[in-house]
Design a protein around this ligand. Structure first.
Ligand code: ADE
Ligand code: ZN
Ligand code: ZN
Length: 277
């Protein structure tokens, strides 16, 4: 019986492990998402990295430290939101649902929207005389924001903060419409973001590359806004609370697959032009 105390101690510690894990999990949990979830940003960055010219890759290594940092840093802009409150509004553009498209004077006062930030970051990247730290930061923002502007609910507002105020239930899950599009629909593609990026890149046709590697941030926002207006909001019908079908994410994943692929192709296109040696 001498073994007992030690045994008991051991089993007690062991039983505490789950609650410890839960506590760590709660502390580490991100605050309510305002941006495409970590997976979406990793997929876009990984896809773009595969499409970079050697010169652009070289610049990524110089500015961020390594090629892998491009994927690692894809979520940096979300991580700093709490410390840099002014950057929170840079992740989206509130184009009114009923509007025909982006209007800078109405939707992007003082440059506080994702469209203006992409423009600003590309300009800073082209300025070789700029401080290397400022250029590295501009690149981190660019990698993140080109993905965000392709999330349809980041380019729309119906007085609901892009669906953040639309409460939905799917089976037993309760969420917001915004979170479903930031996270759930992306996770439908699987959890191995590198593999998803590889699959998306392999699936690109020459016609898609040609059609997508063009445009402007405002045109990309308009495209996302049309998707929100025509393919997402009709099912909401102005409600602030609704039930979605259990297979909602599976039904909508085709839209997200294309938006992530477009974002990756366009990010690479921008970087290949602006980080050309
Ligand atoms: N906050 C306000 N509008 C938003 C949007 N469209 N997307 C994300 N966060 C927002
Ligand atoms: Zn974001
Ligand atoms: Zn979001």
């Amino acid at each position: 019986m001498h073994g007992q105390p030690r045994n008991r101690l051991f089993s007690l510690n062991f039983r505490q492990l789950p609650s410890l894990a839960l506590l760590i999990g709660l502390l580490a949990a991100p605050s309510p998402a305002l941006a495409w979830g970590a997976e979406g940003h990793e997929i876009v960055a990984a896809l773009a990295l595969r499409e970079l010219t050697p010169a652009a890759r070289g610049q990524v290594v110089r500015l961020l430290g390594s090629e892998a940092m491009m994927i690692h840093d894809a979520n940096w802009a979300d991580e700093i939101k709490d410390q840099r409150r002014d950057t929170g509004v840079w992740h989206y553009v509130d184009i009114p649902l009923a509007a025909s498209g982006y209007d800078r004077r109405r939707d992007c006062v003082r440059g506080d929207c994702v469209v203006a930030q992409i423009e600003y970051d590309t300009r800073l990247l082209t300025d070789r005389g700029a401080n290397p730290q400022a250029r590295a930061e501009a690149l981190r923002f660019l990698i993140h924001f080109v993905a965000d502007v392709h999330q349809p609910l980041h380019a729309v507002d119906n007085g609901d903060r892009g669906g953040n105020d639309v409460h939905v239930s799917i089976g037993r899950e309760r969420a917001t419409l915004h979170k479903v599009w930031d996270v759930d629909v992306v996770q439908e593609l699987g959890f191995d973001t590198g593999r998803t990026a590889e699959g998306l890149e392999r699936g690109l046709t020459p016609a898609q590359r040609k059609a997508w590697a063009k445009g402007t941030p405002s045109a990309w926002a308009d495209e996302a806004h049309v998707i929100a207006r025509e393919q997402i909001y009709p099912a909401v019908g102005g409600r602030r609370s609704l039930r979605l079908p259990r297979d909602y994410s599976a039904r909508e994943v085709a839209i997200t697959r294309v938006q992530l692929a477009k974002a990756g192709v366009r990010l690479a296109w921008l970087m290949n032009r602006f980080l050309n040696g």
